[in-house]
Write a protein that binds this ligand. Structure first.
Ligand code: ADP
Length: 464
């Protein structure tokens, strides 16, 4: 209210002073009253003019503020300028805060692994994050305010958008037919739409792998089961001679063993996938692993092959060491040796060797002079149930899971499985272990004290 008092005082003072001047001038010309009236009128007019000039100055500032302060006038216009300036500053601060919040909000949506797109009433793109732009193959800046149906032509998406029934997600091929995009639409506000998108390529691939795996396992188990039920029926409905009965039981035992091997390998795989990485500080003597595999290999070969065993023992009797899980390593080497014997005709040779390269990397190689593998099969050999020759694999007791177990084991130890093969002349399978997991030990006392005790790890199966 201070400005009102000042304003009234200023008007009164200017009128009073002008009236006084008018009275003085009027008295000299014998017209004091007229002098007072004219003086008061001029005083009021003068004040109004002065006030209008200040008002004009204020309006000019208001129109072109450019960050300058309001005119620092006393009284009414000064007060108006001060208040307008203060409320504008508060408003600007609030807008700045809102801008920061909006930017944070948008960058949070931008960071989302899912695509987010806002469509207006006419299905024009209001905003989208870069993930959505990637999913729909659009440019967030260039395509702003474009109708989405002009840019995304996938019939299933367009039809879904136009139905107005948005309960379920819809899938369509991604831009350039790369993978699959799944989209969920949520209406919001005034007939606007929030479009959430997700790249489901990987999920669909693993779903189909899982379905394929289950189908494979069922098929592998169904075959021996069908054979077994056939034999059971034969035994219960026919009178068999003693020789026939023995033969049937032998065949039944073979089928049961086949199922056992398969279930064993499946459990091994499940265990490998579900357990933590093998310890990096438990040292297993390579020589001990080779010794364990040797007896089973000789029994399987039954003298049909020449088996050559390399040495992992140093000049003074100590064995080199690999850090990891003994049973897993045993299972991997056993699988490779088992395969080499099964896929090498009688009279052939199998060489098992261990070397530590100059860079400290350890290589355990199983080489055979067997049937070999054509080049086109090599990349797929470690897939579950992949067989080059299904009947040979089954006839020799293979489950089709051996090499996937080997690959898992070596990768869990930070290494790689290298395969080389020449059809007709043989194959080489190498387990390559990183230097960090390999130790050359020369003193027998040293390795004996650092080696883990056999049987400490969980037992893993062995099948080719
Ligand atoms: P399987 O139980 O069928 O042997 P694996 O996973 O161990 O399954 O091997 C996959 C396929 O790789 C085999 O079916 C076989 O065709 C081929 N294979 C594996 N080892 C050898 C080898 N040493 N010589 C030739 N072929 C091999």
């Amino acid at each position: 209210m201070g400005w009102l008092v000042t304003r009234l005082l200023a008007v009164s003072l200017s009128v009073l002073l002008a009236s006084l001047t008018g009275w003085l001038v009027g008295r000299a010309s014998q017209l004091p009253l007229l002098g007072i009236l004219l003086g008061a009128l001029l005083g009021a007019l003068g004040y109004a003019l002065f006030d209008a000039l200040r008002g004009q100055r204020f309006l000019t500032w208001l129109q072109s503020r450019n960050g300058a302060s309001a005119p620092r006038d006393a009284g009414f216009w000064g007060e108006v300028g001060y208040r307008v300036e203060r409320s504008t500053r508060l408003l600007e601060q609030q807008i700045d805060r809102e801008k920061i919040r909006l930017a944070q909000f948008l960058s949070a949506i931008e960071a989302s692994p899912n695509g987010v797109m806002l469509l207006d009433v006419n299905d024009q793109i209001e905003w989208c994050n870069s993930v959505a732009a990637d999913h729909f193959g659009i440019d967030p800046q260039r395509d702003r305010l474009q109708p989405i149906t002009n840019l995304v032509r996938a019939p299933s998406f367009v039809a879904h958008l136009q139905t107005g029934q948005y309960g379920e997600a819809v899938s369509f091929p991604g831009p350039g037919s790369r993978g699959t995009i799944s989209v969920l639409i949520k209406p919001y506000g005034d007939a606007m739409k929030l479009v959430l998108s997700q790249d489901t390529t990987e999920r669909e691939r693993s779903d189909s792998m899982r379905r394929g795996f289950v189908a494979n396992v069922s098929h592998e188990i169904r075959t021996p089961l069908t054979v077994l039920s056939g034999f059971i029926e034969t035994m219960s409905s026919l009178q068999l001679t003693e020789v026939e009965r023995r033969r049937v039981i032998e065949l039944m035992a073979q089928q049961a063993q086949r199922m056992q091997l398969l279930v064993g390998d499946l459990l091994t795989l499940a265990q490998l996938e579900g357990s933590p990485r093998p310890p990096a500080d438990r040292w297993v003597p390579v020589q001990q692993l080779l010794k364990q595999v040797r007896a089973a290999a000789e029994a399987l070969s039954a003298g049909r092959h020449t088996l050559v065993w390399g040495n992992a023992v140093g000049s003074d009797g100590g064995s080199d060491l690999i850090a990891g899980a003994e049973q897993e390593l045993h299972s991997a080497i056993a699988n490779l040796v088992n395969n080499a014997i099964r896929y090498t005709p009688s009279g052939g040779a199998v060489h098992v060797s261990w070397i530590v390269r100059a860079d400290g990397v350890g290589e355990l190689e199983v080489r055979d002079t067997g049937i070999g593998i054509a080049k086109e099969h090599l990349p797929r050999l470690t897939e579950r149930f992949y067989r080059v020759d299904g009947s040979r694999s089954r006839d020799t007791g293979g489950t089709g899971l051996g090499l996937s177990i080997v690959k898992h084991v070596v990768q869990r130890h930070g290494g790689e499985l290298e395969i080389r093969s020449d059809p007709g002349s043989g194959s080489s399978f190498k387990l390559v272990f990183p230097a960090a997991r390999v130790r050359i030990v020369n003193s027998p006392l040293e390795w004996e004290s650092t080696a883990s005790q056999p049987g400490e790890d969980t037992a893993l199966g062995m099948a080719g």
